[in-house]
Write a protein that binds this ligand. Structure first.
Ligand SMILES: [Zn+2]
Length: 45
């Protein structure tokens, strides 16, 4: 699970704020909005 250094907690992946950007999924902490990671979009277009 993604760890947020600001909140000092692990978050469920499903709870993260997600944004799609140029074929990537960008995730942010749902509490403090800190950037937590960027993943390749698993969806096949
Ligand atoms: Zn946070």
């Amino acid at each position: 699970m993604p760890f947020c250094p600001t909140c000092e907690v692990d978050h469920e992946t499903a709870a993260l704020v997600r944004h799609e950007r140029h074929g990537f999924v960008v995730v942010h902490c749902p509490d403090c909005k800190r950037f937590l990671g960027r993943y390749r979009d698993p969806v096949v277009h």
